[in-house]
Design a protein around this ligand. Sequence first.
Ligand SMILES: [Zn+2]
Ligand SMILES: [Zn+2]
Length: 273
Amino acid sequence: MKVVVLGCGGSAGVPMVGGEDGGGDWGDCDPSEPRNRRTRSSILLQMDNGEAVLIDTGPDLRAQLLAQRISRFQSIIYTHGHSDHVDGINEVRAVNRVIGQPIKAYGTAEVLAEIEQRFSFVFKPWKPPGFFRAVLEAHPFEIGKETAIGSYAFTFIEQQHGYAGSSGVRCGNFAYSTDVVELSEQSLNVLEGVDTWIVDCFQLTPHVAHAWLDRVMEWRERIKPRRTILTHMGVAMDWASLCAILPDGVEPAYDGLSIDLPDPPRANNQQVA
Ligand SMILES: [Zn+2]
Ligand SMILES: [Zn+2]
């Protein structure tokens, strides 16, 4: 499979709206480094059999799909209901039109209910043939229980995200842990053995809702991934400065980063422990 980072920015993106001349608040980020320009956090898993799974539909979704030349996916996983992970949901209509089908939306029952409350029309039954709005089908998952999405097996991980909760995603030896500040022993156990890990690292200093660099390093000691990739980065996270201080095996993401990995296990191919 191929993992494509569509966006790796914090909830306000980089740059944030503002700045002295209104051209953007870059914080500590060098505006001349293209890898510092970050849209809201989202990834796409492109499987070897042609299926694709999007994780989150942030407000930058349309531009992200165009930038990465993506027009097809069959499923979306929602990590949680925050606006920077949901508010591009209407842009899914364009993908409905390309594939000619509703799109399956996976999340905890609580998150799907929250999305339905805000965007009730997206879950109404599809009236073929046209798509005059985004059309999604709700598929609740249970944390910790293996779930088939398309042909592949996924596991969801409980995460603490300040005043909210969120779901981490494990698929084969890849895991995506965005919007997380605390991980229980049980959740760390599920992440053990992961080879490539994309993880929230909003800033360098402690934060109430997001992991910071020292916390990520503590988790990394425990999980021991071969490759750790930082995401959901705010304006304190300058790309070149990070590259200079991070140890081998840890790197900042950038929008458009693409990672080739072995195809994950098929859902109906359960391995005996
Ligand atoms: Zn977020
Ligand atoms: Zn969040």
